[in-house]
Design a protein. Structure first.
Length: 112
């Protein structure tokens, strides 16, 4: 079943303009598609960055408030230590010389 060269030539002459028109029309369509697609992706990235910026700002505010409360607690402790230095010194002194592990004797089962 051989294909006649005349038929192949006729098909090529008939399809050539159709393929050329399709090829040429695909170029502007693809340019429009790509520009719309990348504009959409750019907008999505901007919105994503904006939402991440808000999250970062909220975290920063939370950290600042924690730091402020920590600083106020430290300053309150420092002010409290200035007023009660006598009682704090007694807490910082070593205990008097006493045996470290002074336990009462333990009665064993066999002993009375």
């Amino acid at each position: 079943m051989a294909v006649d060269p005349i038929i192949v030539r006729g098909l090529a002459e008939a399809l050539a303009p159709t393929v050329a028109i399709l090829g040429i029309s695909v170029i502007p369509i693809s340019i429009v598609f790509m520009s719309k697609y990348f504009k959409l992706r750019t907008r999505e990235m901007e919105l994503d960055a904006e939402s991440h910026g808000r999250e970062i700002e909220a975290r920063l505010r939370a950290l600042e408030s924690r730091q402020g409360s920590t600083e106020s607690m430290i300053s309150a402790l420092a002010n409290g230590m200035k007023g009660g230095q006598e009682s704090n010194r007694s807490l910082m002194e070593a205990p008097p010389d006493a045996p470290l592990h002074s336990r009462p004797p333990v009665a064993r089962i066999g002993e009375k």
